[in-house]
Ligand binder design. Structure first.
Ligand SMILES: Nc1ncnc2c1ncn2[C@@H]1O[C@H](COP(=O)(O)O)[C@@H](O)[C@H]1OP(=O)(O)O
Ligand SMILES: [Mg+2]
Ligand SMILES: [Mg+2]
Ligand SMILES: [Mg+2]
Length: 355
């Protein structure tokens, strides 16, 4: 019998590859070329929408009855208010079509709405974006799409990730992360950037190039001493608490500086090089989104790690578009998780007693 979820994995890889190429080309054409002012967020908006259209089109053609939870929705594109907004919409549609109609590669299936001659109409592209409007839930099959995760990293030319997962009955079964700016091999930077992490439940985590070549299984390396430990955290201090992390770091007697990285590239990096990904809320109110953690969580679990909230509870992907109340996220190797949880509980107590 063939392995389960192989077609799902292949469709997700095709979608992530095409969307990653699109994002890199938007960066090279619009951001690097410095045709925009520093605060102009339009390149990332264009790339976000176009990439979601590409991923959603492929997943819908491959699995027409599956539901999709995508970060973006097309309502603001449907009624442009001025020439600038009309131009942006046209750019999004033409970029999405460019990515969908490029030549077929190994693993691509022409019935997925891709390849030369498959250009979509404007309304088909907008409908594809809006197909990501499912509200989520605990039953049945649903895909998550974060077309560009780490938008700030994308604009800086740092890390970002194209993220897709398949959730069945609230459990993640397939996760794919495209990381165009992540080193293929941190020990050999000369090999260049661009990798994809792929996991199917029960079948391990693999790293490969964005085109799917050189797949190798990755495992979180064991931590033999506090000297080999380090924290992985967001660059943006408003996304997770750096000060809480430094308390935990002290409690764990960590001597290495924290590694700051945007996006779910943190999960990919952890799966192959280790570390402790700590994401504690900076304040009340923000709810973590399922598309920000579903692909990364299976990539960690299949690489031999554990992902939990700060109480040690598993993340619940069946509550809707968010993970519900924000109790933070902790991801690391199995051998370190209980020690990290103890330190987190202690740090929370210390914070409480100071308040
Ligand atoms: N207050 C917040 N707390 C935690 N995460 C946030 C917050 N605001 C935005 N995010 C999300 O954090 C993710 C990036 O995390 P990191 O900084 O670790 O790369 C993005 O998906 C971003 O959402 P958005 O894409 O809507 O900006
Ligand atoms: Mg995101
Ligand atoms: Mg995003
Ligand atoms: Mg966003």
């Amino acid at each position: 019998m063939s392995q389960p979820y192989v077609t799902e994995e292949q469709a997700a890889m095709t979608a992530v590859r095409r969307a990653s190429q699109l994002a890199s080309s938007v960066f090279n054409k619009l951001v690097k070329a410095e045709t925009l002012t520093k605060d102009d967020k339009s390149p990332v908006t264009i790339a976000d929408f176009a990439a979601q259209a590409v991923i959603s089109t492929i997943l819908h053609n491959a699995f027409p009855t599956d539901l999709i939870v995508g970060e973006e929705d097309a309502s603001e594109l449907r009624s442009p208010n001025n020439a600038e907004e009309r131009e942006m919409r046209e750019r999004i549609i033409s970029l999405a079509n460019e990515a969908l109609t490029s030549e077929l590669m190994l693993g691509d299936n022409p019935t997925w709405g891709i390849g030369p001659g498959t250009a979509k109409s404007d309304s088909e592209i907008l409908d594809a974006i809006d197909r990501g409007n499912y509200q989520g839930g605990s039953q049945g099959r649903m895909w998550t799409i974060d077309p560009i995760d780490g938008t700030k990293g994308f604009l800086r030319g740092d890390q970002y990730a194209v993220c897709v997962s398949l959730i069945v009955d609230a459990q993640v079964h397939v996760g794919v992360l495209g990381c165009p700016n992540l080193q293929k091999n941190p020990e050999h930077p000369e090999e260049g950037n661009g990798c994809m992490f792929v996991a199917i439940r029960g079948q391990g985590t693999r790293q490969m190039t964005l085109s799917g070549s050189n797949p190798t299984f990755v495992k979180i390396p064991p931590t033999n001493s506090p000297e080999s430990l380090f924290l992985l955290e967001s660059v943006d201090p408003s996304h997770s608490s750096h000060s809480f992390n430094s308390t935990v770091s002290n409690l764990l007697k960590i001597t290495q500086p924290s590694v700051r990285m945007d996006s779910q590239a943190k999960y990919g990096s952890l799966a192959r090089s280790g570390g402790i990904y700590m994401r504690m809320p900076t304040g009340a109110g923000y709810k973590e989104k399922i598309w920000d953690h579903a692909p990364g969580s299976i990539i960690i679990e299949e690489a031999g790690g554990v992902v939990s909230d700060s109480r040690g509870e598993p993340l619940n992907f069946g509550l809707g578009r968010t993970l519900g109340d924000n109790f933070g996220v902790i991801a690391c190797g199995k051998d370190t998780h209980s020690g990290v949880l103890t330190a987190v509980q202690q740090a929370l107590q210390e914070e409480k007693s100071k308040a």
